[in-house]
Design a protein around this ligand. Structure first.
Ligand SMILES: *[C@@H]1O[C@H](CO)[C@@H](O)[C@H](O)[C@H]1NC(C)=O
Ligand SMILES: *[C@@H]1O[C@H](CO)[C@@H](O)[C@H](O)[C@H]1NC(C)=O
Length: 192
């Protein structure tokens, strides 16, 4: 009995955030947002990626990895919340000046290798995720689902930011946004 219910309980815990509404807290709804709020949101995303990456590095898979898998899931949900908050900040912002556009563009250029490295780490851990959930069922389907969500939110963020950049930077934006999209596409492919 216990043998059967424990994996089901864990699976329920792992999946529960998927239908919990993950809307970003918006306490500053009336505040005018600008490039600085977008830059702060990108910093939050970078910090969360680093946190998630560390937990992924330590993930051993199998039975002993169950708590760590829950932590990875929680940190991924937080990353989705951070991405949504960044999208809101970008959408609410006025158009960026040239100076602001430069700093936002630089922030995305710096973000790209952090994303690529975290995704590469997730791909390297696929054998452990395949062997997740008490060694009974694979967690890889969940990682793939998460990657698809993160990929979608990242492209939404890219679009929202690109619309606020001044002309020159808006023209250059696809260079870095396409790299981020490609990193997600190859990570998702590795999990399919
Ligand atoms: C913001 O920039 C877009 C072009 O990227 C332009 O269509 C829009 O009119 C601008 N908005 C303001 C308020 O200047
Ligand atoms: C992610 O973890 C890997 C393996 O520990 C490491 O090589 C890489 O630099 C880390 N990337 C980030 C963005 O922390």
């Amino acid at each position: 009995m216990l043998k059967l219910t424990l994996p089901i309980l864990l699976l329920t815990l792992l999946l529960s955030p998927l239908w919990a509404s993950a809307t970003p807290a918006d306490s500053a709804g009336l505040t005018k947002r600008d490039a600085s709020s977008v830059l702060a949101a990108v910093t939050t995303i970078t910090t969360q990626l680093t946190t998630l990456n560390k937990t992924v590095s330590a993930y051993p898979g199998g039975i002993e990895g169950s708590l760590s898998a829950l932590q990875i899931q929680a940190e991924t949900i937080q990353l989705e919340i951070d991405l949504k908050a960044a999208i809101v900040a970008a959408k609410r912002s006025a158009n960026f000046s040239d100076t602001e556009s430069l700093s936002v563009a630089q922030a995305f250029v710096a973000l790209e290798p952090t994303i690529a490295s975290t995704l590469a780490n997730l791909v390297a851990k696929k054998p452990e995720f395949d062997d997740g959930l008490l060694g009974v069922a694979s967690l890889s389907f969940l990682v793939e689902w998460d990657l698809e969500q993160l990929s979608f939110l990242s492209s939404q963020l890219g679009k929202a930011v690109q619309e606020k950049l001044s002309a020159t930077y808006a023209t250059l934006a696809p260079l870095v946004l396409d790299q981020i999209a490609a990193a997600f596409a190859s990570a998702i492919q590795a999990y399919q």
